[in-house]
Each structure stands twice: as C-alpha cells, then as structure tokens.
Design a protein around this ligand. Structure first.
Ligand SMILES: *[C@@H]1O[C@H](CO)[C@@H](O)[C@H](O)[C@H]1NC(C)=O
Ligand SMILES: *[C@@H]1O[C@H](CO)[C@@H](O)[C@H](O)[C@H]1NC(C)=O
Length: 241
C-alpha cells in the first residue's frame, strides 16, 4: 500500500516539474486574480508511473453552487499533475447524491483536455449523501476492465479519491474496507463538518497521507500544494522508506 502512495507522489512530482518546464500554466480561480501553481524544483527527477484514478465526488444538496464550482476547480488543478493518456494515467469520475451518477469511465477519454471539459460540464445533483453506495460502485463497476481499468496483473495502482462534505446516509466502514482490500488505494478529502472518523473509515493507511480535512470549500485548493510539497518539496527522505 505504501508503495502505491509513493507512486502517486512521484507521479505528481514529476509531471508537475515537467509541465512547469514546458509551459507554465496560469490557473484562474473564479473572481480571483490569476495565480500560478508553484512547483518546487526537484533535486533529482522522479519516475512517473501510470495510474487508474477514479474521482468519487459528493454532489449532495448541502454543497452550494459556488462550492460545487470550487470542487471542479480542485479536480481540474489536480489533473495537471496526472499524465492523462490511455497508456499513462486513466481518469474516471462519478458523482453521487441519493444515487451514483457515473460521468465518465477510465476508458472514456484519452486526453486531459477532454477530461477537463467533462468536469466543467458536470451538473450538481443536489440530492442525498450515499457515500457507501458510491464506494461500492467504484469497487464493483468503475474499476472493472469493461470500464477501462487495466488488468490487475499489470500492477497499475488503482487510486480512488473521495471528496465529501457531509455525513453519509449509509454505512461506509465495511464497503470501504472491502474496496481497500480489493487493492484500491483510497484518498479521503473532507470539507467542513465531516466527521474525521468517517474519513478515516474511508481512507487507506497511513491516514496521515490519505486522509485530509479542510475547513471549507475555499480551503480545498490548499490541498493541491499539500500534495505537491509532500512530493518534491523539502523532506523527500520519507519517500524512500
Ligand atoms: C489583484 O491584483 C491587484 C494587482 O496586483 C491587487 O491590487 C488586488 O488587490 C488583487 N485582488 C485580489 C482579490 O487579490
Ligand atoms: C474558510 O476557512 C478558513 C480557515 O478556517 C477561514 O479563514 C475562512 O474565512 C473560511 N472561508 C469561508 C468563506 O468561510
């Protein structure tokens, strides 16, 4: 499990550095000045590895429209660090409220531009919070070969990132444990009044790397730099444990 986490970090690291060299890309957040994602120079190049990456996005009623836009911005900013491509990192996204709504599968798109456009086009469900159901769908459907997941023998890390703002209406412990046991590495990102124990029940170990809680949707962008600085910034030594 740990090596998978490290794999993700390496990937984030390397692509960030490469992108930065080739074409620095301004990120415009709505209503704010343009800012550029800061990437720290890496002492040595990291090895990028392909991932099968599924975003699992809470689309419940409690999320206000402008907060929903912030989640989209977060996803789009994170995409910059995932080398999207059918032979590189494949990305899927599903959102959930009272039901699970798959937006696109691991084999739907082959470029980052297409994925970005699909994220921009997503529409807020504004219903319930069936987090357990969404994790079940992720395990039983999103990560199947029919949906574009690569065969387990290829050892492509399977990563799910669950972004949620509230208490699940169903139980998550058991299904999340099953998903992790099935080889899915889960990152749990909580916003606002999410119960930390729920996030920990969702996320993989070690929780310090997989479970993140921020105060509100404005703060969710800070996680981009959290991911980055964990990677190629400051103390790299833990990456080689
Ligand atoms: C935007 O940038 C201008 C000029 O740099 C600055 O005066 C202004 O305060 C900034 N606005 C915000 C919202 O950061
Ligand atoms: C979001 O949380 C931060 C940190 O607690 C706080 O400083 C900020 O005012 C909050 N923003 C909103 C819009 O509530």
């Amino acid at each position: 499990m740990r090596s998978l986490a490290l794999g993700l970090f390496f990937l984030l690291c390397c692509n960030a550095v490469r992108l930065d060299r080739r074409r620095p890309r301004p990120i415009a957040a709505r209503g704010q000045n343009e800012t550029t994602v800061q990437t720290k120079p890496a002492e040595k190049p990291c090895k990028a590895i392909p991932l099968d990456f599924v975003f699992v996005i809470d689309s419940s009623r409690s999320i206000r429209p402008n907060d929903y836009e912030k989640v989209k911005t977060f996803i789009i900013n994170l995409l910059q660090f995932l080398g999207v491509g059918s032979d590189a990192t494949r990305v899927a996204l599903l959102q959930y409220g009272s039901v699970v709504q798959p937006e696109f599968s691991l084999n739907t798109y082959t470029t980052r531009a297409e994925v970005e456009q699909a994220v921009r086009n997503m529409e807020h469900l504004a219903t319930g919070t069936m987090t357990g159901l969404a994790i079940q769908y992720t395990m039983e459907t999103a990560f199947t070969e029919e949906e574009g997941a690569r065969p387990a023998e290829l050892l492509i890390p399977r990563i799910a990132m669950v972004v949620t703002d509230g208490r699940p209406q169903d139980t998550v412990e058991e299904i999340a444990a099953q998903a992790r046991h099935a080889g899915i590495q889960i990152f749990a990102v909580g916003v606002g009044r999410v119960d930390m124990n729920t996030l920990k029940a969702i996320g993989s170990e070690p929780h310090s790397e997989h479970v993140h809680l921020v105060a509100n949707f404005s703060q969710i962008e800070t996680l981009i730099s959290v991911f980055q600085s964990k990677l190629c910034g400051g103390d790299e030594s833990y990456l080689f444990l």
